[in-house]
Design a binder for this molecule. Structure first.
Ligand code: ADP
Length: 374
């Protein structure tokens, strides 16, 4: 039954290895999709393909949240084969014997031969229902706490501004410095709270996405204008290049504006005096691609994997710009992905960084949702 091209010894070793994994795992033949090996947890979850009984179905059906069948050509194993690379999906449901639905993260990895062709697909199913619930509780907590903090922070800002304006009498130099300090710190805290709220809004999946035909040239032009002062102070040259004939694109201008603002303000912030920042918008067959490049401090190799994580800040970045909360890129990535695009970057430490993101020419899908960004 098994047409495995590994030796018997290797097969045994592989079976023991996958049996010891703490989640369901199986190996499929790339050519036919036939299951050639499965571990015990896999058999429990997905049925034993080698024993024909009425109890276990031969193939288990993978579902979407709404209960419809997950399209074959979007399944991780299919995509891993197509792209010849690891694919992870965390939105796959499986009906259990008692008819309850459980959420799984499915990872598919191609096992390649010496010609770099996938011979097998290794697939694992991790039960993430609990993790998602904890995530949701954390997001709800952050959202609640941030909301509660906004009112007292606004009061602090308001009263420190009144003091600075002399509403309670003229302040001497030292008093002014102290109050200015309170005011600056309050503003930073408000920014942090707003970023936290925005992150929890995007993560909740309740964010309104309202695409409209948008002229990118105008949208980016306005954002560049907002960054001109900061760039001017640092004598940073801003260059903008966009194809005049680029058609309008159906995106949510507020959300995508936030993406350009974050990437452009980072580029200016992390570039030393006299450097340059470029925004180049181009297109390929399916996407509009925006590139934001700078000649700044760069992202050290050892930080590159963590750059989109919440609260991550590189040491070199902290040194150059102590203020910052490490939430901007996390938010930016979430917005780009919920708009149907992808984001990536390349960077050389000490030389500069280029961020790229794509937006599908066909535009973003609208989402009813019930919250907007701050
Ligand atoms: P923040 O700018 O508040 O630190 P971000 O989430 O926007 O937060 O960025 C996270 C980190 O990514 C930064 O602290 C910095 O280490 C790195 N980074 C982002 N953009 C750039 C850039 N253009 N050049 C160098 N490092 C960058």
């Amino acid at each position: 039954m098994m047409t495995f091209s590994f030796s018997d010894e290797y097969k045994k070793l592989l079976q023991v290895t996958i049996d010891n994994l703490p989640f369901a795992a199986r190996i499929l033949k790339a050519e036919t999709g036939e299951i050639v090996m499965i571990n015990k947890l896999g058999t429990e979850l997905l049925g034993n393909p080698f024993v024909k009984t009425d109890v276990f179905p031969q193939t288990i059906i993978l579902l979407r949240n709404d209960g419809t069948i997950y399209p074959q050509n979007e399944l991780p194993a299919f995509l891993a084969l197509k792209t010849n690379a690891k694919v992870i999906k965390d939105d796959i449901y499986i009906n259990k014997a008692d008819n309850s639905k459980n959420l799984y993260q499915v990872t598919a990895v191609p096992i390649k031969n010496s010609q770099n062709q996938a011979e097998f697909i290794f697939e694992i199913f991790e039960d993430i229902k609990h993790i998602k619930e904890v995530d949701r509780t954390k997001t709800d907590f952050i959202s609640l706490a941030s909301h509660q903090l906004r009112t007292p922070l606004s009061a602090l800002r308001w009263f420190s501004e009144m003091l600075l304006a002399g509403d309670a009498g003229e302040l001497n130099k030292e008093q002014k410095d102290f109050v200015q300090n309170i005011s600056d710190s309050t503003n930073r805290m408000i920014e942090l709270v707003n970023s936290l709220l925005n992150v929890s809004r995007v993560e909740s999946g309740r964010l309104i996405i309202d695409p409209k035909p948008t002229n990118l040239r105008d949208l980016i032009g306005n954002i560049i204008a907002e960054q001109k002062i900061k760039a001017g102070e640092k004598k940073i040259e801003l260059v903008f290049s966009i194809d005049q004939t680029l058609p309008e694109i159906n995106i949510d201008p507020k959300l995508i504006g936030e993406v350009y603002t974050n990437l452009l303000s980072n580029a200016v912030k992390y570039t030393q005096e006299g450097g340059s920042v470029k925004i180049i918008v181009s297109e390929d067959q399916k996407n509009i691609i925006s590139q934001i490049s700078d000649t700044g401090i760069g992202i050290p190799q050892e930080n590159q994997a963590k750059i989109f994580q919440k609260f991550f800040r590189g040491d070199n970045a902290i040194k150059l710009a102590p203020d910052g909360n490490g939430l901007g890129l996390h938010l930016t990535k979430a917005i780009v992905e919920s708009s149907g695009g992808e984001i990536w970057f390349n960077s050389v430490s000490g030389k500069g960084t280029s961020f790229y993101f794509s937006l599908p020419k066909e535009g973003s899908q609208s989402r009813a949702g019930d919250v907007t960004l701050n």
